[in-house]
Write a protein that binds this ligand. Structure first.
Ligand code: HXC
Ligand code: NAP
Length: 284
């Protein structure tokens, strides 16, 4: 386990800063919220499930800061507007927006319905735009920043991921567009592309557990990542440590993309084929 961010960054680096994390109730996004809360930020999280958000907020409050959990679907612009308004009314204007809400499943493109494709685009890509647009006035006031949580799927094709790949590639290009347009307002816009992260829903849904060990051996750093390591990359991009960085993606994947997607495509393909043959549900 790598050292906690609170031992690596200056204590209180985010003191007095307001951070909003979409999809912050679980997994990587909760890890990001936890890192920023441990560095002194006031943190707001949103998602669709009240009980999950409450449990996450309880964990985040252990760092001693203020935490605001709000039920809000990123697909609903009105709900995102209300979320960001509540954040401002409670803590003051947002200085960092982290867009991490996402949905994903494995699906061969020829079996993926139009609505299945649309659903992932709506959560990941349109959802990220909705939160971003709703946060703009506050970010302009704070000369704040945005960090998108994307994925390797956005720059390298993975089998059974046409929907997620299109969504994450869209997020990456939107990130560069906004960095260009909003730089003059002092707003920085960047992204982090996590690789395979241990103990997350994404890994559970997208990897073949029977061949996970083999997959991990093909990662140059020879291990899965940890949620706190994505939190550290986000802390860097959200803080003055990266004051002159905008329009950039940090790939935080142990070098996994260097080995390509072939091994994963093959092992997941076998899993889907055997699920189809036995009628068992696949991990998607
Ligand atoms: C094919 C599927 C499917 C599956 C859903 N659909 N699951 N198609 N295979 N396994 C289709 C449905 O049939 C439907 O189309 C359409 O998608 C919408 O499904 P709903 O269940 O109505 O959608 P909704 O309730 O909005 O739920 C969204 C969801 C769900 C994405 C489908 O899985 C979800 O809520 N996920 C959130 C959590 C999550 O996915 N976390 C992982 C993020 S990881 P039809 O045509 O039937 O109407 C991640 C990792 C990236 O992004 C990279 C890692 C390396
Ligand atoms: P996760 O725990 O399922 O996180 C997704 C979060 O988004 C959940 O808390 C979910 O909560 C929320 N969410 C989903 N749909 C939403 C919606 N419509 N509106 C608001 N919130 C919504 O999965 P994860 O694996 O940690 O993934 C987190 C992020 O990392 C995602 O952006 C993912 O693409 C990215 N990523 C993950 C990996 C990995 O290895 N896990 C790798 C690369 C990239 P509710 O369901 O309660 O709404």
């Amino acid at each position: 386990m790598t050292a906690h961010a609170s031992a690596l960054f200056a204590p209180g680096l985010f003191k007095g800063r307001v951070v909003a994390v979409t999809g912050g109730g679980s997994g990587i996004n909760l890890g990001i919220a936890d890192t920023l809360a441990s560095l002194g930020a006031d943190v707001a999280i949103c998602g669709r499930t009240a009980s999950r958000l409450e449990a996450a907020a309880e964990k985040l409050r252990a760092h001693g800061g203020r935490v605001l959990p709000v039920v809000a679907d990123v697909r609903d612009f009105g709900a995102q507007t209300a979320f960001l308004a509540e954040v401002e009314a409670t803590f003051g204007p947002v200085s960092t927006l982290v867009c991490g809400a996402a949905g994903n499943f494995l699906a061969p493109a020829e079996k993926l319905s139009s609505n299945g494709f649309r659903t992932v685009i709506e959560i990941d890509l349109i959802g990220s735009f909705n939160s971003t647009r709703a946060a703009f006035d506050q970010l302009r006031q704070t000369r704040g920043n945005i960090v998108y949580v994307s994925a390797g799927q956005g720059f390298m094709p993975y089998a059974f991921q046409a929907h997620a790949g299109a969504a994450k590639a869209g997020i990456e290009q939107m990130m560069r567009n906004l960095a260009l347009e909003w730089g003059p307002y002092g707003i920085r816009v960047n992204s982090v592309a996590p690789g395979p992260i241990a103990d997350t829903e994404g890994l559970l849904r997208l990897a073949n557990p029977a061949e996970l060990e083999r997959f991990v051996r093909a990662i140059p750093l020879q291990r899965l990542g940890e949620v706190g390591e994505i939190g550290q990359a986000v802390a860097f991009l959200a803080s003055p440590l990266s004051a002159y960085i905008t329009g950039t993606q940090i790939v935080c994947d142990g070098g996994q993309n260097l080995a390509g997607s072939g091994l994963l495509n093959h092992s997941v393909g076998k899993m889907l084929a055997s699920a189809a043959a036995t009628g068992e549900p696949s991990h998607g």
